[in-house]
Write a protein that binds this ligand. Sequence first.
Ligand SMILES: [Zn+2]
Length: 196
Amino acid sequence: MTEGYIKFNPQWIKEPITVANELLAEINQIRSALKAKGYLGVLPNGIGFGNISIRDGNSNRFIITGSSTGGIMVLENSHLALVESTSIENNSLVCRGLSAASSESMSHAIIYKTVPSANAVIHVHDSKGWEKSLNLLPTTDQKVEYGTPEMAFSIQRLIMETKMERGVLVMGGHEDGLIAFGSNLEESLFLLENEL
Ligand SMILES: [Zn+2]
């Protein structure tokens, strides 16, 4: 642990949430495409990777695929989390659902807070794409580690400097980590696949 590291502190309200059937179908469709290419899934040690989220209306709340769901083929409402609020400074969030939101939700949250036109965020792991795009696409500070408030702030700085409204970011300090965002899930997937 780095000195001064703030431990991720989720407040999880463990109760059922329900999203529209069309949204659930769309989430599953995008996930299937990502899983087929190995961008989202589960490592041999059982740890899941990759997640997708979608903004809830005009708010800064969002629905995100839950923690430890990477290995599941078809998600149901019980595999989703609604992130109701976040405090990047305190590395804390409030989420609702039968699955908890992962610490990577902070990277999604900062995009919704910074880019009003961003409605869908996709985070994947891909070593080839990461190596190829490192420092060619907008890249967060390589000294900044995954799951820290500094990662979220690094994403925010990068978006503001480059005036990005959509596109793909490389997480410099999170090996294999890439983030795509756009006005909807389909656009985010399209932008991501263009770069991989
Ligand atoms: Zn990741």
